[in-house]
Design a protein around this ligand. Structure first.
Ligand SMILES: Nc1ncnc2c1ncn2[C@@H]1O[C@H](COP(=O)(O)OP(=O)(O)OP(=O)(O)O)[C@@H](O)[C@H]1O
Ligand SMILES: [Mg+2]
Length: 241
């Protein structure tokens, strides 16, 4: 097998916040072009896992590999440069700038102006609502539109891997469907997706593979369809929240 069959790998990673240990011996492999879900109850360490991959939280031991390269101790800006985008929980756009300006800001580490404009045009085709709202202030968008913008901003870096934290939290059901569709679309475009979701059934529908975290440890992993059909696991770790 090729060494870089996996877009992303964590090997025996421990990380946390100072004295507080969160991730314990976490090993995860994400196949190229897959959608992989990270599931688990509140406080399980899902957000910490994404922050650790991105470089916001530093592992105390273990290894993180991107396409086979060791990136364990790289800061976020270097992780970005290596093709990983991070969509944190909640909003992180500039509410006082327009949709278009926010997308331009998303490309801040790129210096190919023409390429950036072409990518924004492509994004407007992929997410027509962003095109319609291109001159609207980001702060005036609805929750679902905000989330589409967040993902659009992250895509401006032409990432190979996108890390998305709870994109449907607090959204109306119709918007939830749109967000999941957008994630599938992003994946169809060739981007590997690592998705943290509280909506396990919906996340599993679009995922290839899933990991279940509990108290900072991986308790289960397997093909998404297998997990979706495993009532014991669903009941034990993914019940109604
Ligand atoms: N900045 C921080 N400083 C200290 N402890 C933190 C910090 N952020 C998170 N924690 C702790 O780390 C643990 C895991 O939190 P994390 O946010 O990763 O969980 P989560 O699975 O994303 O939960 P949720 O579903 O609520 O988003 C929790 O016990 C939390 O209190
Ligand atoms: Mg979280």
């Amino acid at each position: 097998m090729a060494a870089n069959e996996f877009a992303l790998e964590l090997r025996n990673v421990f990380s946390g916040y100072g004295e507080i240990e969160v991730l314990q011996d976490v090993s995860i492999s994400v196949r190229r072009n897959a959608i992989v879900s990270i599931l688990g109850a509140n406080g399980a360490g899902k957000s910490t896992l994404l922050k650790t991959i991105f470089g916001i939280v530093r592992p105390t031991s273990g290894q993180i590999l991107l396409g086979g390269d060791d990136v364990t101790l790289l800061p976020p800006i270097e992780t970005l440069r290596r093709g990983v985008s991070y969509v944190p929980e909640g909003r992180s756009n500039f509410p006082g700038l327009t949709v278009h300006e926010n997308l331009e800001m998303g490309a801040y580490i790129r210096d190919d102006r023409d390429g950036v404009l072409a990518d924004i045009k492509t994004l407007y085709e992929r997410f027509p609502i962003l095109g319609e709202k291109r001159d609207a202030m980001a702060g005036n968008l609805s929750g679902g539109q905000q989330q589409a913008l967040e993902m659009g901003i992250a895509l401006m870096l032409r990432p190979q891997v996108i890390l998305i934290d709870e994109p449907t939290l607090g959204l109306a059901p119709i918007l939830v469907t749109e967000v999941f569709k957008a994630i599938q679309d992003i994946n169809d475009g060739g981007t590997t997706v690592v998705l943290v979701e509280q909506n396990a059934p919906r996340a599993l529908e679009i995922s290839d593979y899933a990991f279940v975290l509990e108290l900072g440890r991986i308790r289960f992993q397997g093909p998404a369809q297998e997990l979706a059909a495993n009532e014991e696991i669903i009941e034990a770790y993914l019940g109604e929240r």
